[in-house]
Structure formats: structure tokens, C-alpha cells
Design a protein around this ligand. Sequence first.
Ligand code: SAH
Ligand code: SF4
Length: 346
Amino acid sequence: MHDFFRAQGERDYRVAQVERWIYREGVNDFDAMTNLPVELRARLKAYAQISNPTVVHEIKSADGLTRKSLLRLADGETIETVLMLYDDAPRGRNVSPIRLYKRKTVCISTQVGCPIKCPFCATGQAGYIRNLTVGEIVAQVLHYARVAGALTNVVVMGMGEPFMQFDVTWRALETLCDPKRFALSARRITVSTSGEIPGIEKMARAKSQINLAVSLHAADDELRNVLVPLNRKYPLRALMRAVKAYSARTHRRVTFEYALMDNVNDQLEHARALAQMVKGMLCHVNLIPLNPTATEKFRRSPYARVKSFQKILQDAGIPTTLRVEKGIEIAAGCGMLRQHESPRHS
Ligand code: SAH
Ligand code: SF4
């Protein structure tokens, strides 16, 4: 952008102004950039363009707090991106304008489909097509910044394994943290991996404030080989060693995700094995009651079992939370994203 502005004979601070409008204010139209001279706006309109992914389809949950968009990329492939609003908009209004919510989280994808193929995840079931580019990852946040104004949190928990292409994911996250662009605080960004150890090691070296989450779903290799097939390449002992090294170097607490599946990984002995494995680590366990996908093989654990599982971890002194459910009825919950519209919405 700097080269373009210099070629136009403009000073560098104009770039910062335009980037602020695009990335922070979500503005899509040069005419709305009111701190630029009218003449410059006209030139930008003539010579430049702000590109957008095409929105194929957008749906909202009944409470309006979760929105899911199917975005079409330049080569025709599509990805899903989710916006979650938390119910703390100013009170005393019947309808809260979307921009007024204090916490606005976007869940972004890094691949079209996913090569890891976890059998309980809709993205994994659908197969893998390709990696996204830095621009395509950032564009998802930009899309929602346009809808909702400046966003507060980003989770890399959509489609794909973000550390399969660490450098691309990382450049996208750096763009989000750049004070001149989205200016998001690194502490409000979380990236979730299914256990790609080289990515965890690179993140340790980066010494960033970005949060790391690791999808466990099982505390023994035999079961995890089935649930998260990447475990065959990076088994639990090596994974735990990498996570410990990460915490030792960064002093950051890691989140372990554990999706509870009826009679698969939700028994008391599973909870005890998990407690044993993570005890003493600088961590936090996030239990996710499984969201439904096309397969009947994996069902959500009954609530009582979720609570007993949580209690075992808590009694062992491990900080544990239950993930708040959002967007289940519009198939926007964890592990429900796919490349196509859900049939019932088409
Ligand atoms: N691919 C990355 C990040 C995306 S998934 C990863 O696997 O970590 C974000 C989280 O949702 C992961 O912990 C994932 O295992 C979990 N998940 C996948 N399918 C799910 C489902 N059907 N119900 C609940 N959580 C699921
Ligand atoms: Fe890929 Fe994550 Fe789904 Fe596994 S859970 S298939 S790693 S997106």
C-alpha cells in the first residue's frame, strides 16, 4: 500500500489513515473515509479497490448472537467463518445494534477442509482441498469487522489445522495484531492445534502473547490414534513434552480441549487418566460437550457425565471449564463447519 501511495505523491500517514478505516472500522467505501481530502478519495476510487470475499450465504441463530457466513474465495472454493457476540451489549434497549456489543469473537479457518480427518468433526469428515493464503485468513476477520465494527477476540478454531502451514497462519495473526491494522491484542487471540509439534515449538520460540490451545480428546495413545489421527505421527508423550517446553519458555498457560463423546472418552477412568497426564502443568482444561455432525458413531455425553468428568479434574486441582454452547442450531458450533451450505439451509 505504501508504494501505491508514494506513486500517487501521497505522504505515508495517509496509508495509516486508510488502513485504520479498512481494518479497524471495517469500512468498505473510500467515500466514507472522512479524514481524507475529497480529491484523494476520488483518486482512490478511480485507481484502487478494496477486495472482499463473496458472501454466498449468511445465517443467524435465533438469539441473533451467533452468525455464520459461507464465503467464496477467488478460485470458487468456499469456507465458513463464525461471529459470536456475547450478551453484554448496553442494557435498556430492545435491539442492540451489533456494533455496540463489548465482546465480539470471530472464529476463523486456515484451510479448505482438513487433512487430519478427526472422525467426530464435520470438517474432518468432508476431506481436504487446500491451504488458505494469508490474505484469505485475514479477509475472514475483515468481513466481520465490516459487519460488526472493531472486533475484540479471534479464535483460530474453524476449518483446518493451523500449524500445517505455521508461517502463513502466523503472518495472518501478526497482521491482526499490527497496531496500524486490526490492532487486536495478542492476548485476545487463541490458536488451536490438533497436536502438530513443530508448530508448538515455533510458537514457543516466537514468545508471543497469543494463546495456545491443544485438542487432546484422549489421554491414551490407542484411543487418541482413532479420535485425532495425527497422534500416530505425534503421540501423547512427545506432545506433552512439547507443551511443557512451550510453557517453560513462555510462562503461558495452555488450554487443553477435550470434546466429551458418549461412551467413547467420557468415563471416570478417562477423566482420571487425563488428570494424571496434565497434573502439575501450567494448563487449563476446556471440556466441550460434543456437537452433532453427520455421523451417528459419536454422540454428546449426557450432562450428568460431563459434570462428573469435570468434578474429577477439579478434585485433582486442575482448572476446568465447560465451553459455552453457541450456534448449535445453525451448525456453527465447534467442529460443525464445512465447505458447503448445510442441506437444510439451502
Ligand atoms: N483443527 C484445530 C482447530 C479447529 S477445531 C483443532 O482440531 O484443534 C476447534 C475445536 O473443536 C478442536 O478442539 C476440535 O477438536 C473441536 N471439535 C471438532 N469437532 C467437534 C465436535 N463435533 N464437537 C465439539 N468439538 C469439536
Ligand atoms: Fe481438522 Fe481440527 Fe476437525 Fe481434527 S478437529 S479434523 S484437526 S479441524
